[in-house]
Ligand binder design. Sequence first.
Ligand code: GDP
Ligand code: IMO
Ligand code: MG
Length: 422
Amino acid sequence: MAIDVLLGLQWGDEGKGKIVDVLTKGYDIIARFQGGPNAGHTLEFEGIKHVLHTIPSGVFHTNAINLVGNGVVIDPVIFLKELETLEKIDPTARQRILISRRAHLILPTHRLLDAASEASKGKNKIGSTLKGIGPTYMDKTGRNGIRVGDIELPYFTDKYNQLVAKHKQLLNNYNYDYTHLPQLEEEWMEAIERFKKLQLIDSEHYLHRELKAGKCILAEGAQGSMLDIDFGTYPFVTSSNTTASGACNGLGIPPTKIRKVIGIFKAYATRVGSGPFPTELHDETGELIRQHGKEYGSTTGRPRRCGWLDLPALKYAIEINGVTEMMMMKADVLSIFDTIKVATHYKYKGEKIDYLPYQPDEQFLKPVYVELPGWKTDITKLTDYKDAPKELKQYVEFIEQQTGVKITIVSVGPDRAQTLRL
Ligand code: GDP
Ligand code: IMO
Ligand code: MG
């Protein structure tokens, strides 16, 4: 019996989907605990690429149940499209998917409110994925939200109409045109009817039962620690706790039951959307990383901002999460460089510091780098870490020594098979 948590240590898109898929064989249940279809988790195997948004990344293995936990926000239209795509590959997929009745629903008006809010912010916009995440979590904490369990109750339509009336007032305040809402509502209500037929459960009871029966659970995080609502680069964050404690709230599991906290990070750094990014490269090197790493958003297709690895930010994420081991992704992308930079400190208001300050804005903060030798050789075909170039091993050891945390996997390509265990 064990619960392990796997989460991103940077600004999302670290490669969580790939690693969950790689690790699923060792677990009975894979459970998403927060976020919603703002996530895009990519898996590649047998030459095919799959992008999952709400369904956990264990779904391609028949040994595991995939649970969408209470902390997740669900858009039934997106969910069903995703499920139907999966069913073309594996018609039995839905038998392995469970959904918490306590998860909140994203309404069409939540998406419109997201768009209206972003438009009103002008150049200060968050860069939201516009999936309605912020407004849905606002209704959750404002105690107005509609939960999955509500769709089974007789007062569901009344509740829906009441909330939508409130949303329309807000949209009027924004002067936002919602004349196409009836179309969106029709599609949403039709999806709700089909969604009702899925396996909706009281997931906290289910998980405790399974734990008592000795099952192993992997909690799959979405987004990244630097996008956490409390500890990320606020307000340029998402609206949930992406850090380890989010797994407790988002699944109903006690912190005392957590065994490992597995932190995933890219060998460099990326960010999509607005907000501080201390090691961002605005030059040719940044562009090289983007091209070589195919750094375009899995959900929105937007080009990701790219830069070198940021150790102060990584160490901050390790502390907040209590990371017990790390996995380094996309090492192959750095194979093109003669030397590789890593930020170990910042120059902040004239001082050299080794921590992430309250306001890590570019105007106050400049990264201080060390330069390490590159390996300049194709590592995508490696099957054993023992055969890795010594410069790659040096890079790994440097990060371990700086952070005090062991790296247990180095990923050298997007495919399931391109995974080296240390
Ligand atoms: P997630 O949101 O954390 O699951 O990550 P994404 O799927 O959004 O983004 C990671 C991207 O990198 C995807 O396109 C993956 O297929 C790809 N990827 C994952 N691991 C590796 C790797 O080791 N090397 C390369 N080149 N690509 C990788
Ligand atoms: P995965 O799980 C990267 C970013 C958005 C925006 C901010 C707020 O694939 O790693 P939101 O839609 O949540 O209101 O957007 O957070 N963002 C992500 N960036 N990966 C993600 O998920 C993200 N989910 C949200 O770009 O800056
Ligand atoms: Mg992603």
